[in-house]
Design a protein around this ligand. Sequence first.
Ligand code: AMP
Length: 212
Amino acid sequence: MRFVLLGPPGSGKGTQAKMLMKKYNIPQLSTGDILRAEIKKKSKLGNNVKAIIAAGNLVSDDIILNIIEKCDKNGTCRDGFILDGFPRTITQANGLKKLLKKRDLKLNKVININIPDKEVIKRISGRWTCTNCKEIFNVYSKPEKKKGKCDKCSGELYQRDDQKEDVVKDRLKVYKKQTAPLIEYYKKEKNLIDINGILSIKEVFEEILKKL
Ligand code: AMP
């Protein structure tokens, strides 16, 4: 199976990708996770993209397509994949199409998770992470008991730069301008399914399975 997950930041793509990965036993490929790992390693690529990601902008298509080509070459996705956070532009979608065509393959489904802007802002800008054990809290849905401290280990909570409200609003603008056109792109290819992302994690997953 070859799936793409589309949707604004905070729509739950990563969570659903992990559930699909278990169900179909195929790897999840998240360009955001790959880039964050590079930043952590302080590699040349990581240093180059750090400020771009912190500001909520998109990394260049060349860099992203290079990452995808490497994954294609090392064969991790040969028997199927779930793409999470890629493609994010028409150029990237065309790059993916070309790669698949070389292998005589097609995408099975593009899963488009819809949530309103207000919910995006609430979900992401409410998120705080423990510096120590990485437990995630949310001021709206899972607040910590003692302000600024982790319930599990009492570590300090922090907010990632790209989760701050102003940056989230910018990420939404970037999504609408550069990524949302992919909805029409894949509708034309007749393999897009629309999912209501405002339901619970379990309900969203069930809706996806029903429509696949
Ligand atoms: P994500 O975790 O998917 O929201 O990605 C975090 C950040 O990484 C995004 O806000 C972008 O700055 C960058 N990024 C991840 N995937 C892509 C992509 N396919 N194209 C451009 N930038 C990306």
